[in-house]
Design a protein around this ligand. Sequence first.
Ligand SMILES: [Zn+2]
Length: 529
Amino acid sequence: MFWAYRMRDEIIARYQPVIKRGEPLIIRDEKTMSGRVHIGSLRGVVIHGVISEVLKEKKIKNQYLFEINDFDPMDGLPVYVDQERFRPYMGKLLCDVPSPDGKAKNFADYWAREFLGIIATLGFSPKPYYSSDEYRAGAYNETIRLALDNAAAIRAIYKEVSGSVKDADWYPLQVVCESCGTVGTTKVNGWDGNKVTYRCEEALVKWAAGCGHSGTVNPFDGRGKLPWKVEWAAKFKVHGVHIEGGGKDHYTKGGARQIAARICKEIFKYEPPYDIPYNFFVVGGKKMSSSKGMGSSSKEIADLLPPRLLRFLMLREPSKEIDFDPYGDTIPILYDTFDTYARAFFEKKDDDFAALFPYAFPAGERAKLKKIFLPRFSQIAYLSQMPHITLDQAVAEMKGSKLTAAERTEMNARFTRALGWLEKYGPEKYKLTIQTELPEQTKSFSPLQKKALASILQYMRENKKFSGAELHEKIHAIKSELGIPPVELFSALYLTFLAKTSGPQAGWFLTALPREFVLNRLEEVSKLK
Ligand SMILES: [Zn+2]
């Protein structure tokens, strides 16, 4: 069963009373906007978004909230921002740090705008809100009071669940220092039921230095913030969340989710939401240096893939890891997989592929999906590098008939994306250079390899006109006839024209090249001594 359907059914069973009352189920996701958003953060957005959509299809009211978390201290400087300018803000709340462009309302908002733009292109429209607005409006006052009143119980939960021992004077709160405005450096050491006492510590954290100020302050209305595991529990309660997942890193034994769930239940007296733990999104490739901050942001990957492919990628079963390497085979394989799912859907198969496929498209487009010919992305990538080729003709040849307008649109879209991909990431394997001279490697061909190439030459000479598919079949027939292992035959073909052992599907490739050139080259190679 498609995972989103399985979860939908579990959610409906669990929240029957809420549904019967006609109240919306609350779905929540969030991102701390401390810099350019990593592509992995889109996984949660899509998972929550699709759950919202499948519930809606069953007429289950729900609201999808997306928190722009700007009420966390700046605890690291992204390498791509002006270090000198931003260093003084270390330890301050992200909402109190200026926007790099001076246009967004603050540092967090600057990154949030870009990310929300990407979410919109994927066809999701969660309701965004800023955590700073809520803290300052007093939404967390009740949970802050509960957390301070129950500090000892919270310390006990930390110890029991994760083994982490907090000092007897540790309170689950940090306040904004009245003297220097930093939040990451303050340590609350007392609570009298109205105010907390605190000290702005010089060496509480490595990434920011406090000013040494001590004070007493009312911790409500945005003057204090909960530490994040307690805060996560508070967010469940404050928003009445029914459904919220999280990345695998929060699910280790004694990890954040476990602690948050206990605090939610025992301190805030709220049943923790239906959980969706999802696995890692790993961005591979040696050039993916996080120190440069390039290559793995949502923006970069969103520029590389059309929205439906990006949605499709993120729709993978949540328990499975996604390993994404734009320098490797990931992208051609992703397109091939998409095409396989498309076939299952259009052939009306009763399987998970067919069930999942429409969710690669925004809800509004799903009813209108039409079956079209999908040219293989890897083939388009190869064709895009071949001189003297009319893409239209080559793709029509692959299809076996003329392309429709929709098919031409799809072909052009894949062509544009292939060019962008090759230019930016350009895996060697997918690069083609037609060799103007007979490559050196052909000199070591076996007699059988030369015989196979001679047979292809003979077929081409005897037949003035044939399609790529026909030649493709013929090559396979020659392979069987001569009993030559496929790898020997195909590597000989590619070495002859490309000086490498792999390349585009041979039949189409040879028909796409100028006929005389192919005949001459095959003759030359088959005559080698
Ligand atoms: Zn201070």
